[in-house]
Design a protein around this ligand. Structure first.
Ligand code: URA
Ligand code: CA
Length: 441
């Protein structure tokens, strides 16, 4: 077997054997397969695709390239959750304590964002004292003690994905369904949970622009999970505007906690009903995947009850305390979360309805205030960001405040221009866009 033969076989539309796929991945990680050969292989896969069997074999070979987490010692069915990402997607901060409150162990490894705002770790680190670094023993012990832990994933988890992703990024081979599916699922499998809930975003501002593409990716990921022995399910959700009303690290924590408090209004405005709905939809299905609920409908009732009873909020407080943070809500919020010094309001230019909100532009506006990073290692200003006061379909009067920028003096002019350009105004009523498009199991 040579790498030349493997590349040529895929180029000509052949089906690679698991041994050939392992040969490629092992060789690339060890350095016996060169970057130019790996690039040719990725392009051949991009053009020819992969069968479900090849995609599962690729995922397994990638998992085997590094360490895996052993969660066997945790009682109950562990369920992981992954979102393909989007602006204002704070669902992990809500779903993790909510699901833990239903008695399902949550052992969550998260990443850092290289986008408009930070990732889950950056959001949690905006809380005074919160520590996301922990070794495996402490991680497992915390899940056993309080039912949940959220930690940073180490470089030893799926090294093949780090290498391949960097290569795909510069060789126009990112947008391949089998490569994306294997990349995401290898990290989920290595993270050790027994069941996996996926949230695949569709639309402007998401990886997959059409429902058909998103469905194809969702099916590929569910097939990998099931083939490799994990109960897996995917929700397809629409992302035509930021999911939450808050965009920015500490601001997103505030909105997430308001949802855990079962509130519709909080200090900065209205909670996004869409963020609440997607969180409940995911939590309901996770309860079903974990075998805690007999049906998704029953899981939904349990999730709503966990918000109403305060159980989800109590899990949040336990999580923060256990990871070294200080959670003081209400009047003392500023002692837990950094607050921006200044704010600036943007009003509607006309009477009418909100026709569209470009989530990417809102994300870029938050980044220009300092909420996100452009390069790995850039500092993030946790306090700054954007709060939407209106969503698509809401009526507005001329001059009424639609958006508030919370800032520390940096990037304000640029952010204002981006926000103003992000809105489209309609002169007649606009229907609220659909939120949940379907599920794949
Ligand atoms: N996210 C990933 O983790 N991998 C991909 O290939 C694409 C998106
Ligand atoms: Ca299934």
């Amino acid at each position: 077997m040579t790498i030349y033969e493997i590349i040529a076989k895929k180029r000509d539309g052949g089906e690679l054997t698991p041994a050939e796929i392992r040969f490629f991945i092992d060789g690339y990680v060890k350095g016996t397969v060169a970057d130019y050969q790996a690039a040719a292989w990725c392009m051949a896969v991009f053009c020819r695709g992969m069968t479900a069997g090849e995609t599962a074999a690729l995922t397994e070979a990638m998992v085997a390239s590094g360490e895996t987490l052993d969660l066997q010692g945790i009682a109950g069915t562990t369920v992981d959750k992954h979102s393909t990402g989007g602006v204002g997607d704070t669902t992990t901060l809500i779903v993790a304590p909510l699901v833990a409150a239903m008695g399902i162990p949550v052992a969550k490894l998260s990443g850092r964002g290289l986008g408009h705002t930070g990732g889950t770790l950056d959001k949690l680190e905006s809380i005074a004292g919160f520590d996301v670094q922990m070794d495996q023993a402490r991680f497992v012990a915390q899940v056993q003690a309080i039912g949940l832990a959220v930690a940073g994933q180490t470089a030893q988890l799926v090294p093949a994905d780090r290498l391949l992703y960097a290569l795909r990024d510069v060789t126009a081979t990112v947008e391949s369904v089998p490569l994306i599916a294997a990349s995401i699922m290898s990290k989920k499998l290595a993270a050790g949970c027994q069941a996996i809930m996926l949230d695949v975003k569709v639309g402007h501002g998401a990886f997959m622009k059409s429902q058909a593409e998103a469905e194809e990716l969702a099916r590929a990921m569910v097939a990998i999970g099931e083939k490799l022995g994990r109960r897996t399910m995917a929700l397809l959700t629409k992302m035509d505007q930021p999911l939450g009303n808050a965009v920015g690290n500490a601001l997103e924590v505030e909105e997430a906690v308001a949802i855990l408090e079962n509130r519709t209004l909080y200090g900065r405005g209205r909670v996004s009903p869409d963020l609440r709905e997607v969180s409940l939809a995911l939590a309901a299905r996770m309860a079903w995947l974990a075998g805690k609920a007999e049906t998704v409908a029953q899981g939904r009732m349990m999730a709503e009850e966990a918000l109403r009873s305060g159980a989800a909020l109590a899990k949040w407080a336990a999580l923060v305390e256990s990871q070294g943070g200080t959670w003081l809500g209400g009047e003392r919020l500023a002692e837990s979360l950094p607050q921006a010094q200044e704010n600036c309001r943007i009003g509607a230019p006309v009477d009418g309805w909100i026709g569209a909100i470009d989530g990417l532009a809102i994300g870029r506006a938050a980044a220009s205030l300092g909420a996100g990073r452009v390069k790995k290692g850039d500092p993030v200003d946790s306090a700054v960001g954007i709060v939407l006061h209106k969503r698509i379909g809401d009526p507005v009067g001329a001059g009424e405040c639609v958006v508030e920028l919370w800032h520390n003096g940096r990037g304000v002019t640029e952010a204002q221009a981006l926000v103003k350009g992000a809105y489209q105004w309609a002169t007649g009523p606009v229907a609220k866009p659909p939120l949940i498009l379907g599920e794949i199991r």
